[in-house]
Design a protein around this ligand. Structure first.
Ligand code: BGC
Length: 350
């Protein structure tokens, strides 16, 4: 399929950016900019075949600078939090920006979400390859890190995201995509009535500043249990602050897990999330506060969208019992996540 390219705007530093449109034969159309590797739009059919845009975002580059909530972006070098912006690796302490209370969040003051990536169109694979070289010492991280993110559309309406990275010094790496979904495509301004099912028996409990306690807790018998389909709103108000937690997927390293499924009853849309990552951060847009108005004139109020950010666990560089996030020279970091869209006819109530 051909990929369309158009101008997306110029950064304050004078760098031109582009917007790439990928589409398949089954009604999936995805727009991606090489600024921040941001997915700006995902058009998918509803149960009647009518297309609608299911992600939060903006029409213009200027609106993404800054992008406080990280709408649609790839976050890195380390997605999620590192306690006090500090970690020790091979006997050396590193200090990172503390841009989220006392902690480091999503790569620091100028994370990968603010970088202009090199873009390469791969029309035969219906894909866009984005590359970024993060220099040694950027935001305090060690090593030159070569990162690529390939976004590809599959025939079964999947948006497949392949991440790879290599380094010349040992460094933590935790890459994710921070898309916010509202599968109603404008019919509902809250995700409370979306129905979620998350395949995780454990989650990562956190302290007041969202840093893991180190424990992996059983969801059974708690409001964190999303194993059976339930309205996101069912227990949302019982979770202090709203859902903003990493769930443990429990698959073998490198294997694909079917992490989650979300169904939206007004449109009949279904989103399934598959990933090789060990965790998924379920975040219910708790910090959206109505100060941003996005595409189609929609105002992003609290719980307007949800994220399912596939990733390693927060603060892993300081948590010896969590799967390691350290990439060493000679190794290749590889992760794959697929967001797959489909529809389901409404179930008639008896
Ligand atoms: C974090 C939230 C944060 C949001 C936007 C999510 O990944 O878990 O705590 O507010 O990103 O920055």
């Amino acid at each position: 399929m051909t990929i369309q390219k158009s101008a997306f705007g110029t950064t304050p530093d004078g760098v031109e950016t582009s917007l790439y449109t990928l589409q398949n034969r089954h009604g999936l159309r995805v727009k991606i900019t090489n600024y921040g590797a941001i997915v700006t739009s995902i058009l998918t059919p509803d149960v009647q075949g009518k297309p609608g845009d299911v992600v939060l975002g903006f029409e213009r580059l200027a609106d993404y600078i800054p992008n406080g909530p990280y709408l649609g972006a790839v976050v890195g070098r380390y997605g999620n939090r590192i306690a006090h912006g500090r970690f020790t690796l091979d006997g050396q302490e590193y200090r990172l920006a503390t841009n989220n209370g006392p902690n480091h969040l999503h790569g620091g003051n100028e994370g990968f979400n603010t970088k202009v990536w090199q873009a390469e169109e791969l029309p035969e694979e219906n894909a866009l390859k984005l590359s970024y070289r993060s220099p040694d010492g950027e935001e305090g991280y060690p090593g030159n890190l070569e990162v690529t993110v390939v976004y590809a559309l599959t025939d079964d309406n999947g948006l497949e995201i392949d991440y790879t990275a290599t380094t010349d010094k040992a460094t933590p790496v935790n890459l994710t995509n921070h898309s916010y979904f509202n599968l109603s495509a404008g019919k509902a301004d809250s995700i409370r009535d979306h129905v979620i099912q998350l395949n995780a028996t454990r989650y990562v409990p956190v302290d007041d500043s969202s840093i893991p306690t180190g424990e992996l807790a059983d969801v059974a018998g708690t409001v964190m249990d999303l194993r059976q389909p339930q309205r996101i709103g069912q227990n949302l108000d019982q979770v202090p602050g709203g859902y903003d937690h990493t769930y443990v997927l429990g698959q073998q390293p490198g294997q694909m897990a079917r992490a989650a499924e979300v169904y939206e009853p007004l449109s009949g849309r279904v989103l399934e999330v598959f990933t090789t990552q060990p965790g998924v951060q379920f975040y219910t847009g708790n910090f959206l506060d109505g100060s941003l108005t996005g595409k189609h004139g929609h105002t992003y109020t609290k719980h307007y969208g949800f994220c399912l950010e596939t990733q390693h666990f927060p603060d892993s560089p300081n948590q010896p019992n969590f799967p390691s996030t350290i990439l060493r020279p000679g190794q290749t970091y590889r992760q794959r996540t697929i967001y797959r869209f489909s529809t389901r006819a409404p179930q008639h109530e008896a």
